[in-house]
Design a protein around this ligand. Structure first.
Ligand code: S3P
Length: 211
């Protein structure tokens, strides 16, 4: 850009240059609002199997610029077994015990991150208490058809190895949804492109943090 005398003017140094593409020398008043929120605590994603905790959590963490951790994967690493193997060889009680310890350790030791938890984690009183104390909980609430469509694609969930997995899911919704409702933030998810849900979750988080 040149001034009246033909000398070159660096637009970045001219706050009132009026050029849309120029980098403003001073931040606009709304710049702070547009910046990604800083996570004050670990965001703990809860919800039933098939709610999308891992796939949404991974993308959300990327968007927030923080780590993503999957509690089930951490349990598998600690046990040296897959979740179905833990259920089969060690039993559900051992799995739940490992789940409690892993979630507490992650909330104690790691800087704020996005943490996806298995569907049963929030049902344990002490896990719920530690999440309330140290984290921020967000329930991905989905309807039965959405959940069933997603879980039907894979056979890695021991609790759904039943004669009628859809009915099993329905039963779990009845017992768990009243407890999940204690979450700090609730976001309803549907069968829409995943980026749409990530955006919805992001906006719900921003709204919560701005309260
Ligand atoms: C469980 C959910 C699973 C896994 C385990 C038990 C549950 O995780 O932790 O199979 O009790 O609902 P996802 O919710 O990630 O599938």
């Amino acid at each position: 850009m040149s001034n009246a005398s033909g000398a070159r003017v660096d637009v970045a140094e001219s706050p009132d240059s009026g050029s849309a593409s120029a980098t403003p020398a001073f931040p606009r008043p709304d710049a702070a609002v547009q910046r990604d929120p800083v996570l004050p605590r670990t965001l703990v994603l809860i919800g039933l199997m098939g709610a999308g905790k891992s796939s949404i959590g991974r993308r959300l963490a990327h968007r927030l610029g923080v780590d993503f951790v999957d509690a089930d994967s951490e349990i598998e690493t600690a046990a040296g077994r897959t979740i179905p193997e833990i259920f089969e060889e060690l039993g559900e009680a051992t799995f739940r015990d490992g789940e409690r310890r892993v979630i507490r350790r992650l909330l104690d030791d790691r800087t704020p991150h996005v943490l996806a938890t298995g569907g049963g984690a929030f049902m344990a009183d002490d896990t719920r208490a530690v999440i309330r104390e140290k984290g921020l909980s967000l329930w991905l609430k989905a309807d039965l058809d959405t959940l069933y469509e997603r879980v039907a694609r894979r056979s890695n969930r021991p609790l759904l190895k039943t004669a009628d997995p859809k009915e099993t899911l329905r039963g779990l919704m009845a017992t768990r949804y009243p407890v999940y409702a204690e979450a700090d933030i609730v976001v309803e998810t549907r069968r829409v492109p995943i980026e749409t849900t990530v955006e919805k979750v992001y906006q719900a988080l921003v709204a919560h943090l701005n309260q």
